[in-house]
Design a protein around this ligand. Structure first.
Ligand SMILES: [Zn+2]
Length: 449
């Protein structure tokens, strides 16, 4: 009996050694990443700055100056890019009317998000992936709609990333749908993102992930003289605010405070971003956003969607929310001359690789369970095929309970797998993977009896 046990343990270990997968880059994504251009990004930002101000309360009618001209131009660019998409990319301004709210909206305002939808190829797959930046800008006083508010980095950088991803991705086809959006009203209280997230919820959109890009093209801090263009922060919440009652008790009992869907998405962006973008480290911050601050992913989180914020490593507050001026030799204002377009290129590429890998990947495996029928030091996982698409197989992921990232990634073509490691001591998850190696977001197993 003892012999048999030792023998089977060896088999399991050797399975892991031989099955431990060497991940290869998908050549199609590698090629798309190479197309991300610092010059393109710079040209978009210069054009955006050219609208003078993009304050949400500025003119929507003036053909040259203000938020209206800016959003029309973004949609015009989306339509230009869409010519290479065989009619799959559709672009429009999604508008709503804001009423005065005694806070940051003082008059009836026409708000519009500039959107482009790249329809997925599989009619049975309703997954949606969103990349966003915010089109609106501000100076020191948030209600000031007259002064120049260049908003080159906040958030010209995010909008440029959205546009560059639309330019490149719309030449390719994806199983799932991708939405590119430059929202408005961020500085007035996340109004454009709330409008979009509420609309998505009411229409039952299956948003699998949302990447919010806000302030990601400057490489330095104003106080500490740090220059860093090799690291990008991704902020994520651990568990959803909607995880209450019995769900919250279960999460706590299983120690899954660090495995909510947005945290899982952050881990995914780290893995895929670092897989495809050289000289880039994704730094996960275990927090929904910066200290006491929020962003356009917030309304998506409160509607129950997985969403993260991507932001440069250090912020320079001399160039954020400032009137253009020079004071005691310091130049204030959010101008393109303070940006690092090579850094923005890499940060855009992280988004592009993550989006492309997600939208090419099959949906997640279904009914992922860990077998708890008997007490054992092994861990047996089983699951069912995803609801749409085809898979080559699955990755089993494993990490120590204190590890921020997955440590083992094992391929199997089966829908069950036994590991010689105890579920007491490790976290496990399962991903679907297709022929070109694109993997879904990991799914944490529930207890299966
Ligand atoms: Zn911003």
């Amino acid at each position: 009996m003892r012999k048999v046990l030792v023998f089977s343990t060896l088999i399991f270990f050797s399975n892991i050694l031989t099955a431990q997968t060497i991940i290869q880059r998908d050549p199609e994504i590698e090629q798309m990443v190479k197309e991300v251009s610092a010059d393109s990004l710079k040209s978009y930002i210069n054009r955006l700055v050219g609208f003078g101000t993009r304050n949400t309360l500025s003119s929507t009618k003036d053909p040259k100056r203000g938020i209206g001209a800016a959003r029309n131009w973004v949609v015009q660019k989306f339509n230009e890019f869409g010519k290479q998409s065989n009619g799959r990319l559709s672009a429009f301004v999604d508008t709503t009317t804001l009423m005065p709210d005694k806070r940051r909206v003082d008059s009836i305002t026409n708000l519009g998000n500039a959107m482009a939808i790249l329809k997925g190829t599989d009619p049975n797959d309703n997954r949606i992936y969103i990349i966003s930046g915010h089109l609106d800008s501000r100076v020191s006083e948030v209600m000031n709609r007259r002064s120049d508010a260049p908003g080159a980095n906040d958030d010209g950088s995010g909008v440029a990333a959205v546009m560059e991803c639309a330019r490149i991705l719309s030449k390719h086809s994806f199983q799932a749908t991708i939405i590119f959006v430059a929202v408005s009203g961020e500085e007035q209280g996340l109004l454009g993102a709330s409008f979009m997230a509420n609309n998505a919820k009411s229409k039952n959109w299956n948003i699998d992930a949302m990447l919010n890009n806000d302030i990601m093209g400057s490489n330095n801090s104003n106080e500490t003289n740090i220059i860093d263009n090799t690291r990008l922060r991704v902020f994520s919440e651990g568990i959803s605010v909607l995880d209450t009652g019995r769900t919250a008790i279960n999460l706590r009992n299983l120690g899954l405070e660090n495995d909510g869907r947005s945290r899982q998405l952050a881990r995914y962006v780290k893995e895929i971003g670092e897989r495809y973008v050289d000289h880039m480290e994704i730094v996960m911050i275990y927090r929904a956003d910066r200290f006491l601050r929020g962003g356009d992913h917030t309304p998506f989180l409160t509607n129950g969607y997985a969403a993260v914020r991507l932001t440069e490593m250090n912020e320079n507050y001399n160039h954020q929310h400032q009137d253009l001026r020079t004071d005691k030799g310091i130049v204030y204002g959010d101008l393109p001359e303070f940006m690092d377009f090579e850094y923005l290129r890499k940060n855009t590429a992280v988004n592009l690789a993550s989006l492309a890998n997600l939208a090419k990947a099959p949906p997640v495996p279904q009914e992922v369970r860990v077998d708890v029928r008997n007490l054992t030091n092994y861990t047996t996982l089983n699951w069912k095929a995803p609801s749409a698409g085809t898979v080559k197989g699955y990755y089993i992921l494993m990490r120590e309970t204190t590890s921020a990232v997955w440590q083992k990634k094992i391929f199997t073509s089966q829908t069950a797998y036994t590991l010689p490691y105890s579920k007491d001591n490790y976290f496990f998850a399962v991903q679907s993977v297709n022929d070109s190696g694109n993997e879904s977001i990991p799914v944490i197993p529930t207890a299966g009896r």
